[in-house]
Design a protein around this ligand. Structure first.
Ligand SMILES: Cc1cc2nc3c(=O)[nH]c(=O)nc-3n(C[C@H](O)[C@H](O)[C@H](O)COP(=O)(O)OP(=O)(O)OC[C@H]3O[C@@H](n4cnc5c(N)ncnc54)[C@H](O)[C@@H]3O)c2cc1C
Length: 411
């Protein structure tokens, strides 16, 4: 059977490893942490995943936490006015529910499952020299190490990367005790709160190590008032700052957060990175080739909550390409074609995410504003998180946006 090495045990690497394993491939997974270390570590994401990405997990029977994770049935948008009231406030309904499973829970569980099913796990932070050695003994080496140092093997694709610096400062806190949104206490939703010129806050339910929780996630424009978490080491101080900024900029969200407490000492995260698309094939010093997966090759800012979704879609696309390849060599041409297949979907995510990082043009403000009075517009925007390709049809081009709003208004 064909031997495959996967470096990095995150959403894409584990999903692909477990998928290949089910098809009888001999898979080795290199992880820089054990399952226990992942579980005991810091949160890594907010990892809200929408229907299509969740379905890829279901197809492989990897949806172990589906019954425990809250069902996210809507996606809401609020826009703060200068006086901190709400200029816009609506919620769209998702056609299929979304879910967030703390990656500490999921990756640790998947890693253990992979090993229990006979997969080989090597606990080691791989360096380029390791890959150079291993590439000679495996039919294919996949690098799914996220935004870590191994990305340096893959050339930045400037034509697909409009930004070369981070566009947001990220600050996450996992909490227990958040109240429901009074506007829709009967169902859960991701709540996107936009503070023009300052940043955004995303609030979403999740399942973590201690059960149901909610995530408070600030995205601050660098250098602005939300870019205040760097150097805050104490998790309780991080939470206090999160709440202080909520009280100032989003009093309606603060009102339901007055009794929250952190889920655990690892329940906070801060950082930033430049959104970057890379060339998919990495060349090792001795000439061997490796294929980049998910964040390694397409890392978008989390403002649109797409990275885990994309990682799932990338793993599903690569799995199909590997299976279709049969016994033929995994050469450079094949690697490029596997990536091109993934880029068919990923290009829409990148375009939309990069657009959302920029100040919104007037026609986009019109769509977001109109969704408050036109439920079909709210629903369509919400379902775009599942399939960002749909934004091509009504979001970027002012004429298309206008035509769409006219069509819905006329009903
Ligand atoms: C604050 C924040 C919020 C987010 N919110 C969302 C969201 O709501 N929805 C969404 O879809 N996405 C979200 N994302 C993005 C999402 O988490 C990532 O895009 C996704 O996890 C990427 O999957 P991956 O498999 O490429 O990499 P990862 O999940 O990052 O996995 C990479 C793994 O490789 C390991 N590794 C790194 N270097 C090495 C090495 N040298 N050797 C061995 N192992 C190595 C890492 O430790 C890690 O375990 C968010 C990200 C952040 C930072």
């Amino acid at each position: 059977m064909r031997k495959i090495l996967i470096v990095g045990a995150g959403q894409s690497g584990l999903q692909l490893a477990l998928g290949l394993q089910q098809h009888g491939y001999e898979v080795t997974l290199m992880s820089n942490r054990t399952a226990d270390e992942i579980r005991a570590g810091r949160v890594m994401s907010t990892q809200c995943m929408f229907h299509t990405a969740l379905q890829h997990e279901r197809d492989l029977q990897l949806n172990f936490w589906e019954s425990q994770a809250p069902r996210i049935e809507g996606l809401g948008v609020s826009v703060a006015a200068p006086d901190s009231s709400r200029a816009v406030d609506w919620v769209g309904k998702l056609d299929g529910y979304a879910q967030s499973v703390d990656q500490r829970l999921k990756m640790a569980g998947w890693l253990e499952t992979f090993a229990q099913r006979g997969g080989q796990v090597v606990v080691h932070g791989a360096a380029v020299s390791d890959l150079d050695y291993f590439s000679r003994t495996y039919d294919l080496v996949l690098v799914s190490a996220g935004k870590g140092e191994l990305v340096s093997m893959f050339e930045r694709d400037a034509s697909r990367s409009p930004y070369d610096t981070p566009q947001r400062a990220l600050a996450v806190a996992y909490v227990h005790g958040l109240g429901p949104r009074p506007e829709h206490p009967e169902f859960d939703a991701v709540r996107c709160n936009l503070v023009p010129g300052v940043g955004e806050m995303f609030i979403m339910p999740t399942v973590t190590l201690s059960g149901r929780a909610d995530i408070l996630f600030w995205e601050g424009v660098p250098g602005g008032p939300l870019d205040a978490f760097q150097g805050v080491k104490d998790p309780n101080e991080h939470l206090a700052l999160t709440l202080e900024l909520m009280e100032k900029y989003l009093p309606w969200e603060y009102a339901r957060a007055t009794r929250v407490e952190l889920t655990d000492a690892g329940g906070t995260l801060e950082g930033r990175y430049a959104p970057t698309v890379r060339k998919p094939v990495g060349r090792l010093p001795s000439g061997g080739l490796v294929l980049g997966v998910a964040d390694v090759v397409v890392a978008n800012d989390p403002i649109t909550g797409q990275g885990s979704n994309s990682a799932s879609k990338c793993a599903a696309a690569y799995l199909a390409s590997i299976l279709e390849r049969g016994d033929k060599p995994f050469d450079e041409e094949w690697m490029q074609s596997a990536f091109d297949r993934y880029w068919e979907t990923a290009q829409h995510v990148t375009k939309w995410t990069n657009a959302m990082l920029a100040p919104p043009p007037e026609h986009v403000l019109n769509i977001i504003g109109a969704a408050g009075g036109l439920q079909p517009v709210a629903d369509r925007f919400a379902n775009g998180f599942n399939d960002p390709a749909d934004f091509e049809n009504f979001f970027y081009d002012p004429a298309k946006a206008e035509a769409y709003l006219a069509e819905v208004t006329q009903g």
